[in-house]
Design a protein around this ligand. Sequence first.
Ligand code: PLP
Length: 378
Amino acid sequence: MRVYLDNAATTPLDPEVMKEMCKVMENTYGNPSSIHSHGREARTLIERSRKTVANLLGTSPSEIFFTSSGTEADNTAIRCGIIDHGIKHAISSRIEHHAVIHTLEALEKAGVIKLSFVNLDKKGNIDYEHLETLLKENERSFVSIMHANNEIGTLSDIERIGDLCEVYNAIYHCDTVQTMGHYKHDLSKLKAHFVVCSAHKLHGPKGVGFLHINHRIKIKPFIYGGAQERNMRGGTENIYGIVGLAKSLEMAYAEMDEHKQHIQGLKTYMINQLKESIPGVEFNGEIDADKSLYTVLNVSFPEMEMADMLLFNLDIAGISASGGSACSSGSDIGSHVLTAIGASASRPSVRFSFSKNTTKDEIDYTVSKIRELCMVNA
Ligand code: PLP
């Protein structure tokens, strides 16, 4: 049996999405910037996709900018939000994706900002009082705090962060890569200035995403070139990628409640099965349904011999998952997220992440293999 439980890394392309993309690849080769009919046909597809995305998210098409990835969208929001607005102080968390942390660190290294990290508890929850203190103590800040953590699944309270940022006139960027298409975002109400999407996390294609720039903020381009994306991002558009993104978001919204229920059910089932069969098993991050991303379960296994072989052995059994333990002292190899929440470096951790395609049989098979591996190595 082959089991794919690494959907937070990427999801398989949905066949319906692929069909839409293939139609574009076969029929639409005009450059969307050309004014002849071939170009106009391509332009129409892009603008139709933008409208689809905007309608689903309760925003205006003029606020959606297609990018090459979630990483590019994060970089654009952070670099341009900070530099164009003369921001001198940024607040983030130590469990952000590297697309965020490394961008902020580069700006700090270049002397553009002072970077503060908000305190976290052992499950990766934000200390909102500390966030408020940091906002109060510094002149206008740039806040970059993700919606759901990609390794441990802990969710942040985006309404609360939005309210705080409003009170202290801060710019709020929220990395929503892991929740876009999995939760309903109403961007007409959300107080974030920037949110992002990466299509390959919701059964869309790799290499395409978008940045939502709220009308309350203006930035200059991150990539200079042609007049694409209303002069905001030079580069001939990835037409079939953009069409695939819009189709995948449309499908995700149409089927969200059903998928959420299915996936949350499997996650709860796996938690219970693991608790029953692996003495001493724990979970990194929140696992309660209202505090945790339903697609992610990060399991902390008891110390065992050959701990570093766990993922490899799962792979041999046909199970694809991902992992990484907290860094042991003196080493920086491992997960910066698990290190930041103080997870034990001697307990092996594995992230299992699910999708609409995951089945109960796959969970049963995975738990049975884990049980075997834990018994052999105990
Ligand atoms: N932010 C988060 C939270 C992610 O999980 C990822 C991808 O793993 C990214 C950003 C980067 O997205 P992309 O792979 O499209 O560059």
